[in-house]
Design a protein around this ligand. Sequence first.
Ligand code: IMP
Ligand code: MG
Length: 181
Amino acid sequence: MTAPYPLEGDLGEILVTAEQIKTRVDELGAQIADDMAGKTPLLVGVLKGSVIFVSDLMRSIHGPVDIDFMAVSSYGNSTESSGVVKIIKDLDASIEGRDVILCEDIIDSGLTMQYLYEHLSNQSPASLRTCSLLVREGRTDPAVSVDYVGFELPPAFVIGYGLDAKHKYRNLPYIGTYTGD
Ligand code: IMP
Ligand code: MG
């Protein structure tokens, strides 16, 4: 696949194509619609990385669905986890009695997901599930259980479909390895 714009040598290998993403997101949406039949799931996206995933996922749920977003501090300009999770933007509305699905772009150590899971479970949702487009193989704490997983990835830093390196490349249509510094 040709790059949609100059990548200055920052893209290595394409790991998941746009077509593979679409197929899998449609499957996840169908599964969620099925599991949540008769309910209105509230997708809680973690900004900014999950924004493209959540917008596609909600359209693949053929039934009622609602969205909200949270923002947390993440890696800054480094490709290594700081281990620090700080809420920068909280939910707009109460989740009491709601059927919440926490949606991440990628789970690496699982620290972000674990922290947000606890934060949301303290707010009396009717149910709380977790969803991540990507899970990094062999890195994630087995204590973090993810109900809906898009793809498992090898331990390489990746860009595209919402994921950035130094605030760039979120708008690539595929997911590929990052070869910059
Ligand atoms: P964790 O807390 O270690 O699981 O890190 C999760 C967060 O780190 C994700 O929500 C991303 O924002 C970011 N992150 C982890 N790996 C990558 C990657 O390969 N590319 C871009 N962002 C990543
Ligand atoms: Mg993130």
